[in-house]
Design a protein around this ligand. Structure first.
Ligand code: SF4
Length: 177
């Protein structure tokens, strides 16, 4: 069960703001796109399994099509050659969209401090939540998803149109939609 957003309640009526209702709907229907390149992806498989069951959060519908996903989960080592592919996937996702860097490799390159590995995906796309660990346990991945839920629930409907957001995308050389 999802709690109703804050509002004014009386006999036979409940009133709240549109933003809160949309935030509630977005937060509880995140569709993840698992961009899994190595071992952290295995932890994600466990997170989707019956024991941890990400479906409890409305996120059981994985999408391998960027256009039908709003949560990009990057799990694993990202080689520099893979960077443009990851950026293209991000570009193809419609707003509003969120990104989690799962594990040390996606967050910072991890143990692979070498010429061929991207030292963190935030060098090419904006990241909302970082999940530490090598690999992080499924509980940590779930906590990362819950942090994204908090962001989605409380995000202003105007944020994606704000100058600040557009400037942030421009700093990554990403065209605004
Ligand atoms: S952070 Fe560790 S477990 Fe995750 S992809 Fe990198 S090396 Fe593998």
């Amino acid at each position: 069960m999802v709690d109703a957003p804050q509002g004014i309640e009386g006999q036979g009526f409940f009133a709240t703001s549109l933003g809160k209702v949309i935030g509630m709907a977005r937060a509880n229907s995140l569709w993840p796109l698992p961009f899994a390149t190595s071992c952290c992806g295995i932890e994600f498989m466990a997170t989707m399994g019956s024991n941890y069951d990400l479906a409890r959060f409305g996120s059981e519908r994985l999408s391998f099509s960027p256009r039908q996903a709003d949560l990009l989960m990057v799990m694993g080592t990202i080689a520099k050659k893979m960077g443009p592919v990851l950026k293209q996937v991000y570009d193809q996702m419609a707003e509003p969209k969120w990104v989690i860097a799962v594990g040390a490799c996606a967050s910072s390159g991890g143990i692979f401090d070498t010429y061929s590995v991207l030292q963190g995906i935030d060098r090419i796309i904006p990241v909302d939540v970082y999940v530490p660990g090598c690999p992080p346990r499924p509980e940590q991945i779930i906590e990362g998803v819950m942090k994204i839920q908090d962001l989605a629930r409380n995000e202003s409907l105007r944020r994606r149109n704000s100058d600040e957001y557009k400037k942030m995308l421009e700093s990554y050389n990403i065209e605004t939609q």
